[in-house]
Design a protein around this ligand. Sequence first.
Ligand code: ADP
Ligand code: MG
Length: 381
Amino acid sequence: MNSSYGSGVGPQRNIRVVLRTRPTAEFAGDIIKLQPGGKSVNIHIPKDPTGEGGHINNKQENWDFRFDNVYHNVGQETLYDECAAPLVKGMFQGLNGTIMAYGQTGAGKTFTMAGATENYKHRGLIPRVISQVFKEISEKPQMAATVWVSYLEIYQEQIVDLLTTVDGAEDSTSALIVVDDKSGGASVRGLNLMIANNEEDALNYLFEGETNKSISEHQMNKVSSRSHCIFTLHIEARSRQENSEKVLYSKMNLVDLAGSERISKTQTTGTSLREAMYINKSLTFLEQVVIALADRRREHIPYRQSKLTNVLRDSLGGNCNTLVIACIWGERQHIEETVSTLRFASRMMCVTNTPTVNVQYDPMALIKKYEKEVKDLRQEL
Ligand code: ADP
Ligand code: MG
């Protein structure tokens, strides 16, 4: 297990940022120098001999980046074990978790989060998190836990519930909006929260959500890389011991962000331009929030500027362990996007988070406890 996450209360780096490369035979190893088994990346963009501007508009030739880890040709299991498993452990200590995949379309975000269904070995982080959550619960017979699942998509600043078609779900009639919840975090009013009794239930919800995503893509004539998708697992756990008053709440957001590519010269009108503008805006706000968090003097964090930052309010710099997976497609033709992704990810490296444990006290259990104490005292007298 990785020990660089903070385990409790107090300022520490609770955002970890790792780099993952999509496997390709045309990896531009002459430009992108990865330290084998290490944490740093150097990008050297050679001068263009034609003098016409090289591969990248920006004139800088050398870039050095440092991350918590670099995963090049690394499979799903290792990525999960090293990066995600500690966050699941944290959930059972009452710490929220967020895992976000960032990068241009085609860089491997969906492969990383959801994985490839045709090969069990290629299962992504989401099904693995689900699996571990239920395994942890089964290993703690002294604990009574309830798990809920929600799945939403943010497309052009509209929140879409991806679980309205599952049995027992309600069709969202009114617009879904983000509201403040009791603990200072955020929740989405009207979003279906489905109880998952076991791993299979949760996987079915994931599958149903994926199916709905493709239906909405078809209806809206879009591709999924144009929206941000957030699958969330919520846990409430309490000890089965009689009169136990401690209730632990936590949630894990699993976020497949929209493709971060810049607006291209061909996207001058219509839906694709509008989509690109919404995406660029929301990713810029995400970055602004991250930068504001890194600057400890800043008291105001501009979470409310976009749906994405608002939904993730308690998962960015809040009560949370966060993992950012920057996905790159290391071919020469994509070098500009790669530099852009690495720059974003390296800015995320500066953020300090302060997680606190979500434990609340059940008033009825407390009353029972005090009643018992009074009874015991009376007996002693
Ligand atoms: P994105 O969601 O960022 O647009 P995808 O996850 O759809 O990108 O990946 C694009 C393609 O590359 C897919 O066919 C996917 O299966 C493949 N791919 C991406 N990352 C990996 C990986 N680590 N191992 C194997 N195949 C991958
Ligand atoms: Mg995708």
